[in-house]
Ligand binder design. Structure first.
Ligand code: MLT
Ligand code: MN
Ligand code: ZN
Length: 304
């Protein structure tokens, strides 16, 4: 299985257009050791030709330009993207769909009913696409059942619901439903290799360890280092866990969690621009290194 990181940053990217935090300012000025990152997305292939896009970042056009296998190669209008899986309906995971409106072939979109509802009501991206390429919606059941993406051979996917809130524009923003956010176990059928992917993960619920134990690679939420990172910087009033992102440090944090799965390559993804792990010479990055935990970057390839 070939996993390619298209965008490793959380919403806003790194640097974020309006942010002068230590990291964003330092990256612009060249005074910190770090590289820029676009917003959250990966693609996965079981044959090296046909790809499943996970989420559609606002930066998707740039991401496609930088990864040749997704570019047209076989016809006057073509793409290496066979289908798109959306793990939630957040802006940073869906708005790139509008950038993929060209063509007469419908976009094949795999998402839960909850995400489909949000993307046809509060943020009706899929209705809008109906006036351009059109959409085939494939419903994902977030109950541990398995699905495949037509045209992307040798891969199967198991989706489970994760505790989380729907986006601010959702008609059920304050009334969480299973399927607002999912985690996915991606399996390459021929090799049996598996990757657990959950860029938004606030809590390790009881149904998750059994899935993470099977994984050869675990790519999880790397948004924040501490639970109060955004509060401490005066940027937000909510804690990391309250917005569905388990921080890396501290009791019950992602480092502790990942230490329970030494069998897997462990990679943090969806990293917020405020996070000190983005600085390659930071003490926090050294701590991750000691635990053998990697920090995803744009263009990272993982071959399982
Ligand atoms: C999140 O990951 O919590 C959201 O994408 C936040 C946002 O909309 O930027
Ligand atoms: Mn996000
Ligand atoms: Zn910043």
């Amino acid at each position: 299985m070939h996993i390619h990181v298209l965008g490793a940053a959380a919403g806003g990217g790194f640097p974020q257009w309006n942010c002068n935090c230590f990291n964003c300012d330092g990256l612009r000025k060249g005074t910190i050791k770090a590289t820029k990152r676009t917003q959250s997305s990966i693609c996965v292939s079981g044959d090296g030709i046909n790809w499943v896009l996970f989420n559609t970042s606002p930066d998707v056009l740039q991401q496609i330009q930088e990864f040749a296998p997704l570019q047209p190669g076989r016809a006057i209008r073509d793409s290496g993207i066979a289908g798109i899986v959306l793990i939630d309906a957040q802006i940073d995971h869906t708005t790139g769909l509008l950038m993929l409106r060209e063509g007469k072939v419908r976009r094949e979109i795999y998402c839960t009913d909850m995400v489909y509802q949000d993307l046809t009501t509060g943020n009706p991206l899929l209705n809008i696409l109906g006036h351009y390429c059109g959409v085939n919606h494939h419903q994902i059941q977030a109950d541990g059942s398995t699905f495949e993406v037509a045209g992307a051979p040798n891969l199967k996917f198991t989706a489970v619901a994760l505790k989380s809130a729907a986006p601010p524009y959702s008609p059920h923003r304050n009334d969480p439903h299973p399927g607002d956010t999912i985690g996915v176990l991606i399996e390459e059928i021929s090799s049996g290799k598996k990757c657990w992917y959950s860029p938004g993960l606030g809590e390790i619920e009881p149904h998750l360890p059994a899935l993470m134990r099977q994984a050869d690679c675990i790519m999880v939420d790397g948004t924040f280092w501490t639970n109060t990172e955004m509060i401490d910087m005066g940027l937000m009033t909510k804690k990391a866990r309250d917005i569905g992102h388990n921080p890396q440090s501290g009791e019950g944090g992602m480092i502790e969690v990942l230490n329970q799965y030494p069998q897997a390559r462990r990679v943090l993804i969806h990293i917020n621009n405020t996070n000190p792990i983005l600085r390659e010479d930071s003490a926090e990055r050294a701590t991750l290194n000691q635990h053998g935990i990697e920090v995803a970057y744009d263009g990272m390839d993982i071959i399982l």
